[in-house]
Write a protein that binds this ligand. Structure first.
Ligand code: URA
Length: 275
């Protein structure tokens, strides 16, 4: 299937759609050996040889979209200088290299998305999309209404005040309370720092929702592939009309082309609810 060249290149995850357009305009892109400088140009990534700066884009037959229930004690990265376990170690029999969409801290657990579709990942992570993520947090002792209210209204952190959040008391135990926190920002260690800001001590942190997508009953350390409608819903595409076609990426060690084949919490709500 023919697709716009800039879409094929950005789907490879190497660069954004706009930067891909610049590559084309600069004469750095060729299709079947012929340099293409027109932005409307199309190619069939399953048949055509597409090069950028002389390097052939590796074509894979399928885009992969994975939901992993990350256990605590895993790094959201592709390598770790300290040799700690990587989230990708859990992806047995996944035929293509996939990359995490955003990150969860080493000790955070729950819903993590991974994909080889760079453009989709960029769309999900773009701040303008304001995708809401919901976390369940076990905190030491009893939570006060005032603490929930402050978190919901926004707390002052060293990188600025947090946007309004939705904060619920989910469960009250003898030693610990569980709260849910739904935010649409993606700052580093944001939920932990919001809790610290209102003097709440985090015992456990788990992401249970990403936009419309729930973690569900997937066991810790297990993963599943997303359905086509989940993929489209997350990126705001209409349920029909968009297509799943080939994706492409570079393999730095091998310049030849290769084709491979290979799823809310309840409680008292404080703050705004946004889907
Ligand atoms: N907020 C955190 O503090 N940690 C995470 O891993 C995710 C959100």
């Amino acid at each position: 299937m023919l697709e716009r060249l800039q879409k094929i290149i950005s789907a490879a995850g190497i660069t954004s759609r706009r930067a891909s357009e610049a590559l084309i305009l600069n004469g750095q892109v060729a299709v079947n050996g012929v340099v293409v400088t027109e932005l409307g140009s199309k190619a069939d990534p399953s048949k055509d040889s597409i090069t950028v700066d002389g390097k052939v884009l590796k074509i894979s037959a399928q885009r992969l979209y994975i939901l992993l229930n990350k256990p605590p004690g895993y790094i959201t990265a592709l390598k770790d200088s300290q040799g700690r376990p990587l989230v990708t170690d859990l992806l047995k029999d996944v035929p293509e290299r996939v990359y995490p969409v955003g990150r969860l801290d080493y000790n955070t657990e729950g819903l993590l998305l991974l994909t080889n579709d760079g453009e989709w990942a960029n769309r999900l992570m773009h701040p303008s999309n304001e995708i809401e993520k919901e976390y369940h947090v076990r905190v030491r002792g009893k939570v006060l209404d005032q603490q929930l209210k402050r978190m919901a209204e926004g707390v002052e952190l060293d990188d600025g005040k947090t946007a309004p959040a939705v904060v619920n008391l989910v469960k009250s135990g003898e030693q610990n309370d569980w709260i849910s926190v739904a935010i649409h920002e993606g700052r580093n260690r944001q939920v932990r720092r919001m809790c610290e800001a209102v003097s709440l001590s985090v015992v456990r942190l788990k992401r249970i929702r990403y936009g419309s997508l729930m973690l569900g009953t997937l066991r810790s350390g297990q993963f599943r592939y997303l359905t086509e409608s989940e993929v489209k819903q997350l990126s705001g595409e209409p349920a029909t009309g968009a297509s799943f076609t080939a994706s492409a990426r570079f393999d730095k060690s091998d310049r030849s082309e290769k084709t491979t084949r290979p799823k809310h919490s309840g409680g008292k709500t404080i703050g705004r609810r946004q889907q």
